[in-house]
Each structure stands twice: as structure tokens, then as C-alpha cells.
Design a protein around this ligand. Structure first.
Ligand code: BTN
Length: 231
């Protein structure tokens, strides 16, 4: 496996999108800092020194559905975090949360040129980095949780090993993967949760949307694609 480490780069996902053709399957790109880190929906992703900002390039011969890669990544992250004494959950659709705060975000992107040419799994994990002031109420780092610094590259190594195991374990059993992924969800079907001061009931969780009902106006059943706002 090829690992490229950059001191400073715009975005590890962008780097792989531009260079995937000449790089082998399984290449990992890590950056100490990103100047233009990207979150989902075009949001900016703060990437100061001390965090673990990386992307994995896959060139699957037999591609899996898009959510497969995010799901095995979430499960691998939760497994490794546990080894560091951290009990994390998946905040649907694909954030890793601890104590109601975001520890990690995943941005999986696909490159199509007529057919699928590459899958890029981008992962941003708050490790030893400071959380920017405006995110302090909603984000947290490993350092804050266990009150010590850990080695980000060691974490990465453990994660990559686990990811490979889970890839092999679930590649022919997508239903089992979804079942196991559901076990780690922060909110489950039947839960009532408060988002932006409004209570909603989760009726059904699908792979890329969720059916919810507003508890105040019980008639309004709708589907949502993101849990936006403060929980
Ligand atoms: C999200 O929660 O919105 C996803 C955040 C993903 C951030 C990571 S950091 C490494 C990789 N490079 C990027 O520009 N983004 C992803």
C-alpha cells in the first residue's frame, strides 16, 4: 500500500481526484494541514495541524454501492476508537459522534467517466488539534476525550488494517453490513429526537434518507437526507 504524506495540501480528496489515474488502488494520502478541506455539501472542513486528514483511493473492479465504503469506514473507525477507550456512535448518515459532539466526518466521492473509475474515501478525524472556537459546542477531539495525545499515524495504520478486514468480511453481504451498521447508530428507528428545538420521530432509516414525523404536527411525515442543526 502506498502512503503519501503531505505537509500542506489543498484537500486530500481533491488530490486523489486529480491524480487517481497514475496512482495504484489502495493509495492513501495524508496531510498535516489542508488549506481547503472539504466537508459534505461543499462545506468547508477546518483542518489544522494535529488532526488526521486523509483519503483512500480505491479502483474497484467490482464496485459496491456508494454507501458500502462509508459504512465499512464508520465501523472500522468505531472499532479502532474503542481500542483507545472511546465509545463512538454513528450520527446518521455518516458522522462519528461522541457525547453529542462530532469527532469525525467522512466524505466519500466517486469519479465516473462513463463508468466508475475511482472511489475516494475522505476522512477527517479530530485527534490532537484544537477545535476552532465557533465549533467548540458541536465538535470534539480525541485529545479532549482521553486527555492525552495519540499518534495519528499509528491510528491510521490500525484503521487501514481494520478497513481491509471489514471490506473482505462484508463485500458479499451488504444486508449484514447494514444490520451491523445500524447497531451503532446514535439515533434509531422509533427514537424521538430534538433537532433545532423541534421534536421528530424517526420512522425508518434507509441508506440515504430517513423518514421522520414532526411530533408537533403529527400529520407531516417527510423524508430527510441530513440531520441539520443542533441535536
Ligand atoms: C463532513 O463531515 O462533512 C465530511 C468531512 C470530511 C473531511 C475529510 S479531511 C480529509 C478529506 N479531504 C477533504 O477535503 N475532506 C476529507
Amino acid at each position: 500500500e502506498k502512503i503519501l504524506i503531505f505537509n500542506k495540501i489543498d484537500s486530500t480528496n481533491e488530490y486523489l481526484k486529480e491524480n487517481y489515474k497514475k496512482l495504484p488502488n489502495g493509495t492513501v494520502v495524508v496531510a498535516t494541514t489542508q488549506t481547503n478541506g472539504k466537508g459534505r455539501y461543499g462545506k468547508n472542513w477546518a483542518s489544522p495541524e494535529g488532526g488526521l486528514w486523509f483519503s483512500i483511493l480505491l479502483k474497484p473492479r467490482k464496485p459496491q454501492p456508494g454507501d458500502f465504503y462509508t459504512k465499512i469506514s464508520s465501523l472500522a473507525l468505531i472499532n479502532i476508537l474503542k481500542k483507545y477507550g472511546i465509545n463512538a456512535r454513528i450520527k446518521w448518515p455518516n458522522d462519528i459522534y461522541v457525547n453529542k459532539k462530532k469527532l469525525c466526518g467522512i466524505l466519500t466521492e466517486a469519479v465516473y467517466k462513463g463508468e466508475l473509475e475511482a472511489v475516494i474515501i475522505g476522512i477527517g478525524l479530530n485527534v490532537n488539534n484544537e477545535i476552532p472556537e465557533h465549533l467548540k459546542n458541536t465538535a470534539i477531539s480525541i485529545k479532549q476525550l482521553i486527555e492525552r495525545r495519540i499518534n495519528p499515524l499509528r491510528f491510521l495504520n490500525n484503521f487501514l488494517k481494520k478497513l481491509r478486514t471489514l471490506h473482505a468480511k462484508y463485500k458479499n453481504t451488504p444486508t449484514l453490513l447494514t444490520e451491523n451498521w445500524k447497531k451503532y447508530l446514535l439515533f434509531k428507528e422509533g427514537d424521538r429526537i430534538i433537532i433545532n428545538n423541534r421534536e421528530i420521530l424517526i420512522l425508518k432509516i434507509e441508506k440515504d434518507y430517513m423518514i421522520v414525523q414532526d411530533c408537533l404536527t403529527i400529520k407531516s411525515i417527510r423524508s430527510i437526507h441530513e440531520l441539520e442543526g443542533t441535536v
